[in-house]
Design a binder for this molecule. Structure first.
Ligand code: FEO
Ligand code: CA
Ligand code: CA
Ligand code: CA
Length: 632
């Protein structure tokens, strides 16, 4: 996540400050880097030239398709640097829900001084919206939306640094994060939240959850409050999302580590295993400024050393049942989960693609043992199976490395709780911060945004794995990001083997005439950096959202505010559709049931967007065509 008002450091920078890594500077590594970089450049040249160059290594018939008419139903828009949202001519947007909007009449709702009171803060729309999905149920339109983090300085203005001064302050922050499930409807005045709908629900940092799967009940998940290791409170730092074929919502716990801290300095007295996990996952005595540990002992690792193990999971929520208990699936591994892209393989097995968003961490895949049968039981489909980490070879091939007791020397439960260490043991490829993964509904292929990595070729990851430039991560100190895609062997997402290429390398061809200028489908008309959110629409176009440097200066000149673009997988063409307010990240995308509305999330806006009330309010907007045509 990028931090504007909350914090001076990004999540990754905070972790590095607390767990510094040595510079990679010995001679052998430098030579190795140079060789692998030459190898990849050779591969790029072999792909040919032209707008579709990056795709032609994989896609036959590409050049003919590249000359076909554009599939985009709008005129691309220029960059913007203002504090507003812009969409193409013939399209309009409106706000659906803002931070602090009441979901129930009992809540006081938004207050311009600090967002609102602690009482009722679990009945308002939370802050800093991220992943989201819509669901249709018995004639009702439901939407589930993540709230990733809080702007502490805004919510707690009495404290200059946004540091909680009491348990109530902590409770307020805890309430404003997590997930909102709510009913929405489209009327004469556009989209609105159905206040007091029985479906409206806030899930936050204290909501009871079940822990299921192979690691449930393991000693590392037991606490004094839960000696069974099977029940947990809250879901933390809900970033990207996913949806299952059986109609449930998946919310993914990303930078969970920052909520934990210690009231004792003596962290070095903890068992070695905890220490290893703490270091790899960035759990330290200071926390990330939320200071929960000073007011809520559950987050004090000197008192509850296993509590951090109960976060970092993918959580399943039934949006149609407000009384249901969310479920943490240990089968999907524990790391800084971005999103969870679910695909059903030809034989019915369930495949879940997942990224671990930290510099030099890995890309994962889960394949279920059981098969999905529509209407049949789904228990175990997200837990009983095999977890894999991706290995990319420089020649455009790759393989999924199974994380098993045999391949890692770890027990299954430890593989799932300390998944990063398992990935290191099998030699998975260190990646440039895997953000969202999206599978093409019209082709057997998947895409992953690798948002940026200033440490590529500079420092090892948090586990000490070296991070030389490699095939899908071909640039040292990568500040622009790229999107890698892969096609599994035999057109089957359960296959161990795949071919890959780069769909796009962001860059600035106005500034650089080398690899930092980006791939050939980047041009003066579509400049962007740090691809992050991503989703395919029903037509097979891929929508790309950015969370990058919006200074519009130097390396980032001509890129403007963060934005949402649309790409055609067949031609490689990418065009700009929407620009966000300065300071914001555009993240989260889903569509109404009739596909005539796109819901888009605007996280951590700057200025006083959207209502000029004096505080910036993270919001979800609804974008429509003025002729009410299909938008996705
Ligand atoms: Fe929450 Fe990696 O973005
Ligand atoms: Ca973010
Ligand atoms: Ca990001
Ligand atoms: Ca993200």
């Amino acid at each position: 996540m990028s931090q504007i008002d909350t914090h001076d450091l990004s999540a990754d920078d905070w972790d590095e400050q607390n767990f510094p890594r040595p510079q990679e500077n010995d001679f052998d590594r430098v030579v190795e880097r140079a060789i692998s970089r030459r190898g990849f450049l050779g591969g790029v040249l072999a792909f040919g030239s032209g707008a579709a160059a990056m795709g032609s290594g994989l896609l036959s018939g590409t050049s003919a398709q590249a000359q076909a008419a554009s599939r985009f139903a709008f005129t691309p828009i220029p960059i913007q640097t203002d504090f507003d949202v812009h969409v193409p001519q013939g399209y309009s947007w409106q706000v659906l829900a803002r931070w602090g909007d009441p979901l129930m009449s009992a809540a006081d709702g938004y207050d311009v001084t600090d967002g609102g009171p602690v009482d009722g803060s679990d009945m308002v729309f939370g802050e800093n919206t991220d992943g989201m999905e819509t669901f249709s149920f018995q004639g009702h339109q439901l939407i589930a939306i993540n709230h990733e983090y809080t702007n502490r300085r805004i919510n707690l203005p009495a404290s200059q640094e946004g540091t909680p001064a009491n348990a109530g302050d902590v409770r307020k922050l805890q309430n404003l994060q997590g997930v909102t499930v709510m009913e929405i409807r489209e009327g004469e005045n556009g989209w609105e939240v159905v206040k007091d709908s029985p479906f409206n629900r806030r899930i936050h940092h204290n909501t009871p959850m079940k822990i299921v799967g192979p690691a449930a009940g393991h000693d590392l998940l037991k606490t004094e409050a839960d000696p069974t290791g099977t029940m947990s409170l809250g879901t933390l730092n809900n970033c990207g999302s996913g949806r299952t074929p059986w109609g449930t919502y998946l919310t993914c716990e990303e930078n969970f580590n920052g909520y934990f801290g210690s009231t004792e300095e003596a962290q070095d007295q903890k068992p070695v295993q905890l220490e290893a996990g703490y270091a790899r996952y960035g759990i330290g005595p200071q926390g990330w400024g939320y200071d929960y540990h000073k007011w809520d002992a559950r987050f004090d690792v000197s008192k509850n050393p296993h509590e951090p193990h109960r976060a970092g999971w993918v959580v399943e929520i039934d949006p149609t049942d407000p009384d249901s208990t969310p479920v943490k699936h240990t089968g999907l591994g524990r790391f800084k989960h971005e999103n969870a892209e679910v695909v059903v393989a030809p034989d019915g097995r369930v495949v879940v693609y997942m990224g671990d968003d930290e510099r030099g961490e890995f890309l994962y895949k889960f394949v279920s043992n059981g098969v999905y049968v529509p209407g049949g039981p789904t228990d175990g489909l997200l837990d009983e199976g095999t977890l894999y980490a991706a290995k990319f070879n420089d020649d455009g091939t790759g393989e999924w490395l199974a994380l098993t007791p045999e391949t890692t020397g770890m027990e299954l439960a430890e593989i799932l709780i300390f998944t990063r260490m398992a990935g290191s043991k099998v030699g998975a490829t260190t990646m440039d911060r895997p953000e969202w993964i999206a599978a093409n509904p019209h082709a057997v292929e998947a895409y992953c945004c690798l948002t940026n990595n200033k440490n590529r070729g500079v420092k090892p990851n948090a586990g000490g794995d070296e991070t030389p430039v490699n095939g899908p991560n071909p640039r040292e100190t990568n500040r622009y990001g790229q999107i890698v895609r892969w096609r599994p062997a035999d057109d089957d997402h359960t296959s161990d083997a795949f071919d890959w290429d780069l769909y796009v390398m962001a860059g600035n061809p106005e500034v650089y005439n080398n690899i930092y200028g980006g791939s050939e489908n980047v041009n003066a008309g579509n400049l962007f950096n740090s691809p992050d959110g991503m989703a395919f629409d029903s037509h097979g176009l891929v929508w790309i959202q950015t969370d990058g440097d919006d200074s519009n200066e130097e390396d980032f000149a001509g890129m403007g505010n963060n934005q949402m673009l649309v790409g055609d997988p067949a031609t490689g063409e990418i065009v700009r559709f929407l620009t966000g307010p300065k300071g914001s990240e555009v993240t989260g995308l889903c569509w109404s049931a009739d596909r005539r509305t796109a819901f888009v999330g605007i996280q951590h806006p700057g200025g006083s967007w959207p209502d000029g009330s004096g505080l910036p309010r993270s919001s979800v907007i609804a974008v429509k065509r003025d002729d009410n045509g299909l938008i996705g």
